[in-house]
Design a protein around this ligand. Structure first.
Ligand SMILES: Nc1nc2c(ncn2[C@@H]2O[C@H](COP(=O)(O)OP(=O)(O)OP(=O)(O)O)[C@@H](O)[C@H]2O)c(=O)[nH]1
Ligand SMILES: [Mg+2]
Length: 354
């Protein structure tokens, strides 16, 4: 299942421009039968040069990349938490995503109207943050009395009630839920409240063409990723050779979208391991920290149930030695058991019985 990332921001900051450029990369839907392709949803491959290298060694029939799903969400205006603009619809749309990319306008083009009258990234970020925090306060305001009633019947809920109150107090001061210190267990216990500001987030600074390689200062503790949406949409229209020349002119080694997709994938706490067979070279998505059986389950639940062991070769060894047989001959094929923590880039083959 692809995890989804909502693209949010004020109106007219370049969200759809960025989204449209992203969807030019959209994967072949037939490889991802689960993907519901809606107009505002794009399933995008995670750029990974290691896949090409594996394919060069194995010559498979097909290459299947890992994917993430981006959702283009309508612009958020002040008062959205009270139903202004597309308010409630907007909030429902982001509630369903796993992470948030916020596009912030940095570009100066006077022909493009700014809803607040002037380009002011810090103030724009603050506006969005306030709306999201207010929406979450509304959620907690409803949830706390309900939890209190339930806690009268079920004493195990007392800690959750206390935690919800603590979150409310924290967010009342204008903070996002995510910045409050919580244990993993606490975080898990409030997951069912679906707080918007608990989601991991990334800022994309939609900059002028001349700023694409700029080092931007942190906003609200997060370093924004500079991207020029206009350039990205132009790049998406060029053939490979023209695109390379244009990138060189801009001082970039790859499109900003590639960095964005990779950063989004990491933001979700995900990594890839590979299977490299003659039919298919494929990247599989797992949680960072997943053990071998959990990774196996991504391919098929039977692989987890009947898990015996995982033959594992680090990508670096597969690459430098030139494939499975030479890696094995060099003693680089490891037999890993059910407690093995999978590493990013592992080339794996699962042994199981059912
Ligand atoms: N100069 C310049 N203009 C841009 C850039 N990105 C977007 N625009 C322009 O800004 C306007 C708004 O862009 P959209 O992508 O529709 O903005 P949006 O954030 O999706 O807006 P809403 O959906 O209304 O919230 C369009 O006219 C774009 O061409 C950019 O990087 N530079
Ligand atoms: Mg739009």
């Amino acid at each position: 299942m692809a995890l989804s990332i909502g693209i949010v921001g004020l109106p007219n900051v370049g969200k759809s421009t960025l989204f449209t450029a992203l969807t030019r990369k959209q994967v072949d839907a037939s490889n991802y039968p689960f993907a519901t392709i809606e107009p505002n949803v794009g399933v995008v491959p995670v750029p990974d040069a290691r896949l090409d290298r594996l394919a060069e060694i194995v010559h498979p029939d097909r290459i299947v990349p890992a994917v993430v799903e981006f959702v283009d969400i309508a612009g958020l205006v002040k008062g959205a938490s009270e139903g202004e603009g597309l308010g409630n619809q907007f909030l429902a749309n982001i509630r369903e995503t796993d992470a948030i990319v916020e596009v912030v306008r940095f570009f100066s083009d006077p022909n493009v109207i700014h809803v607040a009258g002037a380009v002011d990234p810090a103030s724009d970020v603050d506006t969005i943050k306030t709306e999201l925090v207010l929406a979450d306060l509304g959620t907690l305001d409803k949830a706390i009395p309900r939890l209190e009633r339930e806690a009268k019947r079920d004493a195990t809920l007392a800690a959750k009630v206390e935690l919800a109150r603590r979150l409310f107090a924290w967010m009342e001061q204008g903070h996002r839920a995510r910045t409050m210190e919580l244990t993993d267990a606490e975080r898990a216990s409030v997951a069912d409240l679906h707080l918007l500001t608990m989601k991991p987030m990334l800022y994309v600074a939609n900059v002028d063409e001349s700023q694409v390689t700029a080092e931007l200062p942190e906003i609200d503790g997060i370093r924004p990723l500079p991207i020029c949406a206009k350039v990205e949409s132009e790049l998406a229209d060029l053939d490979a050779e023209e695109a390379t020349a244009y990138l060189a002119e801009l001082g970039l080694s790859e499109p900003g979208l590639n960095s964005l997709i990779r950063r989004a994938y990491e933001l979700l706490g995900l990594m890839s391991y590979f299977t490299a067979g003659v039919q298919e070279v494929r990247a599989w998505t797992v949680r960072c920290g997943a053990k071998a059986p959990e990774a196996a389950a991504v391919i098929h639940t039977d692989f987890e149930k009947g898990f015996i062991k995982a033959e594992t070769i680090a990508f670096a060894d597969f690459d430098s030695l030139g494939g499975e047989a030479p890696a094995k001959a060099a003693g680089k094929l490891r037999i890993e058991g059910k407690d093995y923590v999978v590493q990013d880039g592992d080339v794996m083959h699962f042994r199981f019985n059912v």
